[in-house]
Design a binder for this molecule. Structure first.
Ligand SMILES: [Zn+2]
Ligand SMILES: [Zn+2]
Length: 417
């Protein structure tokens, strides 16, 4: 029986990788210009890190995490998101000791046991950016401006920034009470999950995708009408700074978050090309996440972007013109050995080149050269080799000429650059 990949786990093949590399490259460039540094974090963490940060009664922790006991009996979890791990690393290595403000980004896979559907995987990739240690609303604006600059640079000008505030620990309980009272009156219209959420975590109902629940939610009170003066002030300043930086945004008073740790500002980047589930990035402020996982009470704000979704949206960057790839076709044992040496020298000099290992016919080798989309093919024949000559064929112009084998490298470099 042929062994296949696990359901929901996806291979990203060489033919698709160009888009991924492009997105990661632009993210690194833009983020580093904004003063962010890359961090790498483990794939596995202690389960309690996520239970305490994301929240015990969230969908992720209740039913989506890959949690298991390792051989020592410890409960471990494949990270379902990166923020908690990054915060854990920031605390563990006392990154705040030198300067409380830290700007970090991370690129890597996350794991959630969700129902697999088209374009959604159980191992999926995210680009995360976080500013730790800054409570000032300038940080909120800066991280959103950086995100939108990324979308501009990858060619997605139509991505829209939507923002909202979720209030703080002081004002959210008031809203929660009001919302619970409202929903309790409509309990018969709620889905079974939401009936349970009404007891455990009523705010999560605002996130429900079930149609009957959506109708109820449409009439629910808005968190914005219940936030305290300080939260209102913070949100006003965030909007003010976005305007100063010429960053367009749309207010979405119904935006909520599936994770418990968010406070105050939340935001999403929406693409009109993605339909109903059109968020390509979600983010927000989490001023007490560090405290909740046992660290000092240090604020933070950041976002997570799903790479698979961005790949779908980014226009195809692949070159349709012939690549600078060079193919060396060799005829006969002696010629093949020279080709082997030559291709190695080209690789050492940074030129993409390929040979045929099997000693096939010239016709078969030319077919391979075409598959590689090579602009040039160097043909080493037995006769020419005796005279120290090789044939250089330009596949685009469809012309060829003899050149000296000793000067072949210089000649190739001259043409390719
Ligand atoms: Zn508040
Ligand atoms: Zn529901």
């Amino acid at each position: 029986m042929v062994i296949k990949a696990i359901r929901g786990f996806n291979d990203i093949l060489p033919s698709e990788i160009e888009g991924w590399q492009f997105i990661e490259k632009i993210a690194r460039e833009v983020f580093e210009n904004f003063g962010f540094s890359e961090i790498k974090i483990p794939i596995l963490e202690k389960t309690e890190l996520f239970a305490r940060s994301i929240g015990e009664t969230t969908d992720i922790v209740e039913k989506e995490m890959y949690t298991f006991q390792d051989r020592s009996g410890d409960s471990l979890t494949l990270r379902p998101e990166a923020t908690a791990s990054m915060a854990r690393a920031y605390i563990e290595h006392h990154l705040y000791a030198r300067d409380p403000a830290a700007k970090l980004y991370f690129i890597g896979p996350m794991f959630r046991h969700e129902r697999p559907q088209k374009g959604r995987y159980r191992q999926f990739y995210q680009i995360d950016a976080e500013i730790f240690g800054v409570a000032h609303p300038m940080a909120d604006a800066e991280v959103m401006v950086m995100l939108m600059e990324f979308f501009k640079r990858v060619g997605l000008e139509d991505v829209e920034l939507q923002i909202n505030t979720l209030g703080c620990e002081e004002c959210r309980p008031r809203y929660k009470k009001e919302l619970t009272q409202f929903l309790a009156k409509k309990v018969s219209q709620l889905c079974p999950d939401c009936k349970r959420r009404l007891e455990t975590n009523p705010l999560r109902i605002l996130d429900c995708k079930v149609e009957t629940c959506r109708e109820v939610i449409g009439g629910a009170p808005l968190v914005m009408d219940f936030v305290c003066d300080r939260c209102t002030g913070h949100f006003e300043r965030v909007r003010g700074y976005l305007k100063i930086l010429n960053a367009p945004f749309v207010l979405n008073p119904r935006m909520v978050r599936g994770l418990d740790y968010y406070t105050r500002t939340v935001f999403e980047a929406m693409s009109p090309k993605l339909g109903a589930q059109n968020a390509v990035t979600a983010g927000g402020r989490y001023d007490h996440l560090m405290r909740d996982i046992g660290g000092p009470d240090i604020p933070g704000i950041g976002f997570a972007m799903g790479i698979e979704r961005v790949v779908l949206l980014v226009p195809d960057k692949r070159e349709t013109a012939r690549s600078p790839y060079l193919f060396i076709a060799a005829l006969g044992k002696e010629a093949q050995l020279r080709a082997f040496e030559l291709v190695n020298q080209l690789h050492l000099q940074g030129i993409k080149a390929e040979i045929d290992y099997e000693g096939r016919s010239l016709k078969a080798q030319m077919r391979r050269a075409n598959k590689f989309n090579s602009r040039y093919v160097l043909i080493i024949g037995e006769e020419e080799l005796k005279r120290g000559r090789v044939i250089m064929r330009d596949m685009e112009e469809k012309v060829q000429e003899e050149i000296s084998l000793n000067e072949a490298i210089e000649e190739i470099k001259g043409r390719i650059y």
